[in-house]
Design a protein around this ligand. Structure first.
Ligand code: FAD
Ligand code: EPU
Length: 283
């Protein structure tokens, strides 16, 4: 029987911020392999675009869904379909625009895979995953289950998943439109993203407080350009921390702490892996 592909990795090579130490990666191809991989403590990684991982790495296994869970090729313009959770979101956004289907426009520019996008309820003010997710298939406690989206309490950057659940497949429902209309909305989303940096980051570090922008508050506090080691508060957008090349988690945590002291009340959007309680950016 096939077994999960296992190897030692440096998580800095698997995260968009380019920070993080060693872990054992378990790439799984099937339900049986998920069962094997989940026999010891684990975490699940998508595209690694919302993660800050400690320099010392993490002791848990890191489970990644293999290409068997990538279904971009299956998407040929259906409005209602199941797709594997490793399907890359940018490809899906592009393909649905080509097919004249609406619903995913607000996700333009989010470098996630489908499972990570659902887990974080990724989005922008133009729309989020909750608008299109109908149902999810989850691997939890050794079995596959299906849950309707209504059971996931999806809200701003949050999805309520059962403890340890791994999203394996997602059922989306798109809305018939025209390529022209979809592309016009994509242009608006693209324009709204023009103020974001193009270099290594993990997107916005903090959630927006109600009716405000954390980026604006950090900017107003005069923190853009603040640099610790090789990490810097982006000159373009205050809520992005960029890796100037060779940044460490310690650099990034120090910046987060300074920001939190200067702009009280901000809540992290990033998921922190491998830190002790309160070790990185304690409020
Ligand atoms: P990861 O970062 O790998 O994981 C994030 C969390 O999801 C972790 O807790 C992980 O355990 C969990 N997870 C991943 N896969 C699964 C799974 N299959 N089952 C269960 N849990 C899972 N976000 C926005 O919302 N809006 C934006 O506009 C936006 N812009 C961004 C721009 C840039 C340049 C970057 C780098 C990031 C941006 N982000 C944005 C942040 C990020 O892309 C999102 O949070 C995204 O949803 C993370 O998906 P991922 O696949 O990379 O997940
Ligand atoms: N602003 C500043 N200075 C800055 C940043 C922003 O003054 O440094 C101002 C802008 O000029 C604008 C307002 O603040 O008037 C809002 O800024 P922006 O449109 O950039 O939106 P945001 O609220 O900062 C949110 C999401 C982004 C998403 C954009 C899309 C959060 C935390 N951030 O940013 O999501 O891409 O909208 O428009 O919800 C993410 O979650 O990782 C992320 C990148």
């Amino acid at each position: 029987m096939a077994a999960p592909r296992r190897r030692q990795v440096e998580l800095r090579t698997m995260t968009t911020l380019g920070v993080g130490g060693p872990a054992e990666l378990w790439e799984v191809a099937s339900e049986a392999e998920l069962r094997e991989a989940t026999q010891a403590p684990y975490r699940v990684i998508g595209a690694g675009s919302n993660l800050l991982v400690a320099d010392r790495g993490i002791g848990e296994r890191v489970i990644k869904l293999g290409p068997e869970y990538q279904d971009l090729a299956l998407f040929t313009g259906q409005i209602d379909l199941w797709l594997g959770a490793a399907t890359p979101l940018p490809g899906l956004v592009r393909r649905s625009a080509e097919a004249g289907l609406s619903g995913l426009e607000g996700l333009l520019g989010v470098p996630a895979v489908l499972g990570g996008a659902v887990a974080m309820n990724a989005g922008t003010r133009f729309g989020c995953m909750a608008d299109v997710v109908q149902e999810v298939e989850l691997f939890v406690a050794g079995e596959l289950h299906r849950l309707p989206a209504s059971a996931l309490a999806m809200r701003y950057r949050h999805t309520e998943l059962p403890q340890g659940a791994i999203i394996t497949r997602v059922r989306l429902r798109l809305t018939p439109s025209t390529t022209e209309r979809v592309k016009a909305l994509l242009d608006q989303v693209d324009a709204a993203r023009q103020g974001q940096p193009k270099v290594k980051s993990a997107g916005c570090a903090f959630k927006n407080p109600p009716s405000d922008s954390a980026g604006r508050l950090i900017d107003q506090a005069g923190l853009k350009g603040l640099t610790v080691g090789r990490a810097m508060v982006s000159l373009e957008h205050g809520n992005f921390i960029v890796n100037l090349g060779g940044a460490t988690a310690r650099d990034v945590c120090t910046l987060l702490s300074i920001i939190r002291r200067r702009v009280p009340g901000l809540e992290l959007e990033w998921q922190l892996w491998g830190f002790e309680e309160g070790e990185c950016a304690a409020a």
